[in-house]
Design a protein around this ligand. Structure first.
Ligand code: ADP
Ligand code: UDP
Length: 266
């Protein structure tokens, strides 16, 4: 790889300086981490698939008018994006109870929520990304009230888009996490959707079988993580069955589900 400047290395991606001012390169690694990196493995092929899935979703969001950092995919593992000042908040949208909300509120995993629920977490690995209130975001100046409004309305638009997209390929969108950042251009500032949207930061369940097609396979030692991510990419039509993303993909028919691979998720 060329000698370019690494700006940041995270758990799943590396950020390099981009070719033009105001841009950076997002490099998708094969590292899988959970429980704030206490669990870590290399899952060969994961980065390639997430790069593809995230590209597809960000392009789709761009087409419905959501402003995102995505500019273009550069190669199998990298995309060119606008350089942002990341707002240190993880925005989680939930449609069905799972993960931390189930634990925190004692809601059985799989329970349909009365409406989409937005939660905020403070992006700080040392603190294990604690849950925060809008009150904290305001008081500590992490985002202004206007920015929070924009973030929340965009998060709900992203939820509508993703829920429909996945529903169309037989997948239930349980929840997901997104991030936002500020782009400064001359004396203008705008908020863009940042980071990635992939099975690493969504919960995706097969509509028929409830099979988990996301990072919970890794968190819960279920195995078959990369195959599940491939399944999502194949159903989205961005990967051919029988390759791991190394070849130029063509649209394919939505694959059928196998009853042999049922996971009980309630
Ligand atoms: P983490 O930092 O949680 O380990 P990653 O390994 O995914 O996560 O690292 C990617 C980092 O890049 C994240 O901290 C994310 O906030 C940041 N990021 C995402 N998009 C941009 C962007 N457009 N400009 C600058 N930083 C970004
Ligand atoms: N999530 C994420 N990064 C995080 C924490 C959560 O992408 O650091 C995603 C996670 O994959 C899920 C959603 O956000 O789709 C809600 O996660 P939850 O709060 O249930 O936390 P978990 O129990 O998964 O840690």
């Amino acid at each position: 790889m060329s000698r370019r400047r690494k700006i940041y290395e995270g758990k799943a991606k590396i950020i390099y300086e981009g070719p033009e001012p105001g841009t950076v390169i997002q490099h998708f690694k094969d590292d899988a981490t959970a429980f704030n990196a206490k669990k870590h493995e290399i899952i060969e092929g994961k980065g390639v698939i997430n790069n593809r899935i995230s590209e597809y979703i960000f392009q789709g969001l761009g087409e419905i008018g959501v402003q995102t950092h995505f500019i273009k995919r550069l190669n199998m593992r990298e995309q060119l994006v606008h350089k942002l000042e990341i707002i240190p908040i993880e925005v989680v949208v939930r449609n069905i109870a799972a993960g931390s909300i189930s634990k925190r509120l004692g809601i059985k995993e799989g329970t349909q929520l009365p409406r989409p629920i937005i939660e905020f977490f403070y992006k700080d690995d040392d603190l294990d990304d604690p849950m925060i209130l809008e009150e904290h975001i305001n008081a500590f100046g992490w985002a202004s009230p206007g920015e929070i409004d924009e973030i929340m309305s965009t998060a709900l638009r992203v939820n509508d888009f993703l829920a429909g997209l996945f529903r169309g390929i037989g997948i239930r969108l349980v929840d997901f996490k997104i991030e936002f950042g500020r782009q400064f251009e001359e004396d203008m500032m705008r908020i863009l959707l940042a980071d990635e949207i992939s099975p690493d930061n969504c919960r995706l369940w097969d509509v028929e079988t409830n099979k988990k097609l996301d990072k919970d396979r890794f968190r819960q030692d279920m195995g078959g993580m990369v195959e599940a991510y491939q399944e999502v990419a194949i159903r989205l039509g961005i990967l051919n069955p029988g390759n791991n993303g190394e070849e130029r993909p063509k649209p394919v028919l939505v694959s059928s589900n196998t009853s042999a691979d049922k996971d009980k998720t309630d």
